[in-house]
Design a protein around this ligand. Structure first.
Ligand code: NAP
Length: 434
């Protein structure tokens, strides 16, 4: 019998557990740990609440959690309640699938002013992440700025501009729905430090902006290279750029506008005790395609600034860390003897949910090659970990506990919504009678 601990119950963790379960059958016990009593990581806390079809992948993860030999151990923080070293004592291999929940910093003056928020915080707020339930982002001004030209910037700009009706069917948490309904924001500037050809936005997500009830996307065709230049782009990117160009042809009067400001590099955020404006430098592309400042600066008003410029994985004591990449130091997912990482903790914060599948399978294969099914490592696995957690007074949850929370959240749903998420750890534990 082999014992595996997968730390993190987002997509990377679940695909790895699925692959290990397939590779070992009844010859392994696989525990998926999470710091929260509830599973799914990015699916629950990251994927936009109005993208329910993407969230539906959790049904597949349910099947994994209910596979014989697989267990969910929630409410346990690795690095605090139990160390990686201790996990390695109890398990044959430990796979870190903790994602990249921390915001990368802009590194510009004014970044710490009230009103400047990282996307992990803002997305966590509208998705019911317990750490950000009290964020209370300032929505009383008329201007917001979103920094970055990736899909997260699109999520944030879209959520800021949707009407109450447009959230029907979503599981946006009640506190965010009410606050956004009262929001005074009318102009959202989306700043890209490079140009339309360099966006990291995908066609489907970009296309949604063209169909919003109250908001109009605005581009300036002067920012675009001649249309023939689009031919050189790979097909997906060409599609995105075509959609962007088409925004220029939309003729409509809507109360809110989303302005794409390209070749715009934030230099500073200014204001009297809170964010009021961004100081932005016009850029051009250098020979390598990077943004180079031109020296021309201008101001963009914004009392809310959300930076959507990428994420990093938190370091864990004793685990080698790649400071530049913001992830664990690893080679094809292997960190050191019996210690592995998968997903964003392995690759950095890029790729879709599906990218984690081959990633998790590759690492599971490497583990299976090292410790073939049928072999025994003589470790205590789940029983040993449970003993340790009990000794320390850590009250772990299991998958049946999650199902109870899930039922309570479904029962509390407002009309047309799949669930009303509980947003505090205490609420979850109360539901479990703890
Ligand atoms: P991303 O795709 O890497 O985009 C980050 C953006 O931030 C880029 O436009 C980048 O510009 C810009 N940026 C980085 N540093 C900057 C700085 N210092 N100043 C100004 N701009 C800066 O990351 P993401 O949007 O966080 O998304 C993460 C991953 O999740 C992506 O793979 C994304 O596709 C995926 N995702 C998918 C969905 C979906 O499918 N619906 C939704 C959300 C996220 P440069 O290109 O110039 O570096």
């Amino acid at each position: 019998m082999r014992h595996f601990a997968v730390v993190g119950s987002g997509p990377a963790g679940f695909y790895t557990a699925e692959a290990l379960a397939k590779a070992y059958g009844e010859q392994a016990q696989i525990d998926i740990l999470d710091r929260y009593p509830v599973p799914y990581g990015l699916i629950r806390f990251g994927v936009a609440p109005d993208h329910q079809s993407l969230k539906a992948v959790s049904k597949r993860y349910d099947k994994v959690a209910e596979t014989g030999g697989v267990g969910f151990i929630g409410n346990v923080t690795v690095g605090r309640d139990v160390s990686v070293e201790e996990l390695l004592d109890h398990y044959d291999a430990v796979i870190l699938a903790i994602g990249a929940p921390h915001d990368r910093k802009l590194g510009i003056p004014g970044e710490d002013l009230p009103g400047v928020i990282g996307s992990a915080e803002f997305v966590g707020w509208y998705n019911g992440h317990p750490d950000f339930a009290d964020l209370d982002p300032p929505l009383g001004g008329t201007h917001a700025a979103v920094i970055g030209n990736g899909n997260v910037a699109l999520d944030v700009a879209r959520i800021l501009s949707k009407t109450r009706d447009e959230f029907e069917g979503s599981d946006i948490v009640g506190h965010a729905l009410e606050a956004l309904d009262r929001s005074a924001i009318r102009t959202i500037t989306i700043l890209g430090r490079r140009g339309p050809h360099q966006i990291a936005m995908t066609p489907k997500e970009l296309g949604e902006l063209g169909h919003l009830a109250a908001a109009l996307p605005i581009v300036d065709l002067a920012d675009f290279p001649p249309v023939e230049a689009d031919e050189a782009l790979e097909p997906g990117q060409r599609k995105s750029v075509t959609i962007l160009r088409e925004f220029a042809n939309i003729r409509a009067n809507k109360p809110k506008t989303m302005i794409f400001d390209f070749f715009a590099k934030p230099l500073a955020i200014e204001g009297e005790g809170r964010a009021e404006r961004l100081i932005v430098e016009r850029t051009e592309l250098d020979e390598r395609g990077a943004a180079r400042g031109t020296g021309e600066t201008y101001e963009v008003p914004a009392s809310l600034v959300v930076s959507c410029i990428g994420y990093s994985t938190p370091a864990i004591e004793g685990v080698p860390y790649d400071d530049r990449g913001g992830k664990f130091l690893n080679e094809s997912g292997r960190i050191s003897d019996r210690l592995y990482c998968v997903g964003w903790a392995r690759r950095g914060p890029t790729g879709t949910i599906g990218t984690n599948r081959p990633d998790g399978y590759e690492v599971a294969e490497a583990i299976a090659a090292e410790m073939p099914a049928g072999s025994d490592g003589g470790r205590s696995g789940r029983a040993g970990l449970k003993r340790l957690l009990e000794e320390r007074g850590v009250r772990a949850t299991d998958f049946a506990d999650w199902r109870k929370i899930e039922r309570a959240e479904e029962a509390a749903a407002r009309a047309g919504s799949p669930r009303e998420k509980m947003v505090r750890v205490e609420q979850w534990l109360e539901t479990l009678g703890r």
